[in-house]
Ligand binder design. Structure first.
Ligand code: CTP
Length: 217
């Protein structure tokens, strides 16, 4: 079984010393990579900038990228041969329209940046997903959580969405714990308790494996 995982944030450069990024640590994606590898999978972990070391398992190949565009290119190269896709990265939705060659100097009291939309990696790959491939997305929502998550599942052609609600204490960015709900295309919904991210990864991997045709579970 081959698994593609995106993880961590993306950094979108403004000039040689600045970028637009986010607080994603990559922990959830790396934990998923370790867990899939422990269950016998060959994993390609496409990671934005994180402080985490490359996983030591020989079954995990780590590809380091910075921007959404680089993450997309790395994912496109691997996706057709992968049985499972897991989109755990917090991809920047927009990037600066221009990247200054030199450091931007301060001038004036306000500065307006023009941003342009980035490629949606999950949605773009979703267009060429084959029936035997299984795609898992993440949704971080603050209101109407399940409705928004199911909408994302349809728009991005996911088979399963991992929903984190920001209403749950201890879930999401900068925490070692997570509380998730798994939603599937056929309407199945499973809720889990607040757990360490390594345990959450085991729950997600178990759920995915149980849905695959030759039952790797
Ligand atoms: N994702 C992606 N590429 C992007 C943006 C998102 O692959 N450019 C993936 C994420 O890795 C995640 C899922 O899509 O699995 C949900 O991302 P999110 O940003 O929450 O979804 P959006 O459709 O951008 O919706 P929102 O309006 O909530 O931002």
């Amino acid at each position: 079984m081959r698994v593609l995982i995106t993880a961590g944030p993306t950094y979108e450069p403004l000039d040689p010393v600045r970028f637009i990024g986010n607080h994603s640590t990559g922990k959830m994606g790396y934990a998923l990579a370790e867990t899939f590898a422990a269950r016998g999978a060959e994993v390609t972990l496409i990671s934005g900038p994180t402080n985490l070391p490359d996983p030591a398992s020989p079954a995990i190949r780590t590809v380091r990228v910075q921007t959404a565009q680089e993450m997309y290119q790395a994912a496109v190269a691997v996706a057709p041969a992968a049985d499972v896709w897991v989109f755990a990265a917090a991809v920047a939705d927009y990037r600066p329209a221009q990247v200054a060659e030199q450091k931007i100097k301060k001038a004036g009291d306000t500065l307006t940046l023009e941003l342009v939309k980035n490629v949606d990696i999950a949605a773009e790959l979703g267009k060429s997903k084959r029936p035997e491939q299984f795609s898992v997305g993440f949704a971080l929502e603050t209101e109407n959580e399940q409705a928004h998550a199911l909408d994302k599942l349809r728009r991005k052609n996911f088979d399963m969405v991992v929903l984190n609600s920001l209403r749950d204490a201890g879930a999401g960015f900068r925490h070692d714990t997570n509380k998730i709900t798994l939603l599937e295309a056929d309407g199945r919904i499973a809720t889990f308790d607040l757990k360490a991210k390594a345990e959450v990864a085991r729950d997600i991997v178990q759920a995915v494996l149980s849905r695959l045709p030759h039952s790797h579970a």
